[in-house]
Design a protein around this ligand. Structure first.
Ligand SMILES: [Zn+2]
Length: 132
């Protein structure tokens, strides 16, 4: 029985229960389809455990945006050598957050299911090529 590493499964947005099926269809920046699958294509786990479950991912996404905004602000400060134009900071932070929004959308849901959901556990018996 293989055991897929949790960090690898999170990076590749795999199902938290079997670590095999994709949580999302399409690529990260595939415009028009950034939808989360209803079920895991491998073990059939329902990702939205109860109606409105992913509202909690908004809080995770908010924390990610604040951290990324701070990082972009510090990077802009260091790269431009203390430029005092607020427009430069506003443009780089907003532009960076827009570019990172698909990543935040996806990984806020991944983090919610992997770290913050007491109902979701890894089942190594499902982490096989074919479920019997
Ligand atoms: Zn699964």
């Amino acid at each position: 029985m293989s055991k897929t590493a949790r960090s690898w499964a999170m990076r590749h947005a795999k199902c938290p229960r079997c670590r095999r099926g994709n949580m999302f269809e399409g690529g990260l920046y595939h415009l028009g389809s950034n939808g989360i699958n209803l079920n895991c294509p491998h073990c059939r786990m329902i990702f939205e455990i109860e109606p409105g479950y992913f509202y909690a991912a908004m809080y995770v996404s908010y924390a990610m945006n604040v951290a990324e905004g701070g990082l972009i602000w510090v990077s802009t400060y260091l790269i431009t050598g203390n430029n005092d134009s607020p427009w430069l900071y506003l443009a780089t932070i907003l532009g960076g957050l827009v570019l990172l929004s698909p990543l935040n959308f996806r990984y806020s849901r991944v983090a919610l299911l992997y770290w913050l959901s007491p109902k979701v556990h890894y089942h190594p018996e499902l982490d096989v090529a074919e479920i019997k």
